[in-house]
Design a protein around this ligand. Structure first.
Ligand SMILES: Cc1ncc(COP(=O)(O)O)c(C=O)c1O
Length: 416
């Protein structure tokens, strides 16, 4: 591991929690250079919804490369991009009656968020974005201004402006309407607030500690946004692509976001791609006005097209719900086992947050889990929430074994 310490920047993070060199991976398993196998409950922070080296995608990718398919194309037309767009229309947009267009941005999530913020400001001619406590939207300056995490914000080195921070659903305790103060202020011409360009939110705050917004609250945000001519941006980067059961995390809720940010899992194989979905009336970009080199990634189009086929089989979503419920059951048993500790559990589909209430304890759990052969990472304020996001394709045996390792890790950390 000398080379990493000698030459890789201090900024490296996850590798410090999992100090080994990984050499290969298959579905929900990672294997290190010494041949030790680990169950993956982290899945590339939500990238690997279909597991490592998904065989369907691997075959499609190898065929594409062997046929000299175009690997990179800026934003020129390619057959692979056409196929992806056609399938996205057929599988995702048309069944939901969504008129949205796709803007391919630079390949990471923050690129899609930056495009959304810039477009909302252009369309409305306003500056302010409403963002929520514990929200996570990326590390570039516009997205970072919307992100809550103090460590990340402090690294900006410049002021992070034009964002109004509002408490997320549940932040002020159960039953408190966190939007009331803003609602009143926006209706009061003497409040000092002017209407924002947009509201940006995650329906499930993943990095923020797995905070699940209620459907009613989401509708209230949408109503407030539209009452004041603001756009609703849903950042679905971590929890779309089947993570909560449907394609979008808000499927079946009757929400109608103006802009939707997608990244992580949309490229299928870990091949990077980010997309901004735009309602046609807001697609007011001039040609080439917002650009980026890596917007035409042939391998991501090919693997991403294959990923879409999973959503044509209703059994896939049923499986996600079944495994999610089973995980929930086992995590709930851990909460009950340590009843005196005030642990809490928050879940939706196959994203779960076991809130241990203490960052040091969560860090110890992560360490013991790693020693036991499980990759699982803390998130949330002070890193106190164990986030369980296994690949959606994880076999039952690995899921059960991983949960047993986690249970043992919690027991060990608690009794230390
Ligand atoms: C909801 C959400 N938005 C944006 C991002 C930023 O994505 P990226 O790290 O690919 O820039 C993330 C990353 O974790 C995220 O979870």
């Amino acid at each position: 591991m000398d080379i990493f310490e000698r030459r890789e920047s201090q900024v490296r993070g996850y590798c410090r929690a999992y100090p080994t060199v990984f050499a290969s991976a298959q579905n929900a398993r990672l294997v290190d250079e010494k041949g030790r196998s680990y169950i993956d409950f982290f899945a590339g922070a939500g990238v690997l919804n279909f597991g490592h080296n998904n065989p369907r995608m691997k075959t499609a990718l190898v065929d594409y490369i062997n046929n000299d398919g175009v690997a990179h194309s800026l934003d020129m037309y390619t057959a692979a991009k056409a196929r992806f767009l056609e399938r996205f229309e057929e599988v995702v947009l048309e069944p939901r009656g969504m008129p949205h267009r796709l803007q391919f941005t630079g390949p990471t999530g923050t690129n899609a968020v930056e495009a959304a913020l810039k477009l909302a400001r252009k369309v409305t001619g306003r500056k302010t974005i409403v963002a929520f406590t514990d929200g996570f939207h990326g590390m570039t300056l516009g997205s970072l201004a919307c992100t809550g995490n103090g460590l990340h914000r402090a690294a900006a080195g410049v002021s992070l402006d034009h964002v109004l921070r509002v408490p997320f659903d549940g932040y002020l305790g159960e039953g408190v309407d966190t939007l009331e103060a803003l609602r009143r202020a926006l209706r009061d011409p003497s409040s000092g607030l002017t209407p924002p360009a947009a509201f940006i939110l995650e329906t499930v705050q993943a990095e923020g500690g797995v905070n699940v917004a209620s459907e009613q609250w989401l509708h209230r945000v949408q109503q407030l946004a539209h009452e004041h001519g603001s756009l609703l941006i849903v950042d679905d980067i971590q929890v779309s692509g089947g993570r909560t059961g449907g394609y979008f995390s808000f499927d079946g809720m009757g929400l109608d976001p103006d802009l939707i940010c997608l990244a992580k899992g949309i490229g299928g194989y870990g091949t990077a791609m980010a997309v901004l979905l735009i309602k046609p009336e807001h697609d007011q970009w001039a040609p080439g006005e917002h650009t980026g080199t890596f917007r035409g990634q042939g391998l991501s189009f090919v693997a991403g097209t294959e990923a879409l086929s999973y959503f044509e089989d209703p059994a896939f979503s049923e499986e996600v719900c079944r495994k999610g419920e089973r995980t929930d059951e086992r995590l709930r048993a851990m909460v009950e086992k340590h009843a005196g500790r005030d642990f809490a559990l928050r879940s939706k589909g196959m994203i779960h947050g076991l809130d241990l209430g203490d960052g040091a304890l969560a860090s110890a759990v992560s360490k013991h889990a790693f020693e036991g052969g499980l990759i699982v990472a803390p998130c949330g304020p002070g890193g106190r929430v164990m986030k369980v996001i296994a690949p959606l394709t994880i076999p039952d045996g690995d899921l059960e074994q991983g949960l047993s390792i986690l249970e043992q890790a919690v027991d060990t950390a608690v009794s230390a």
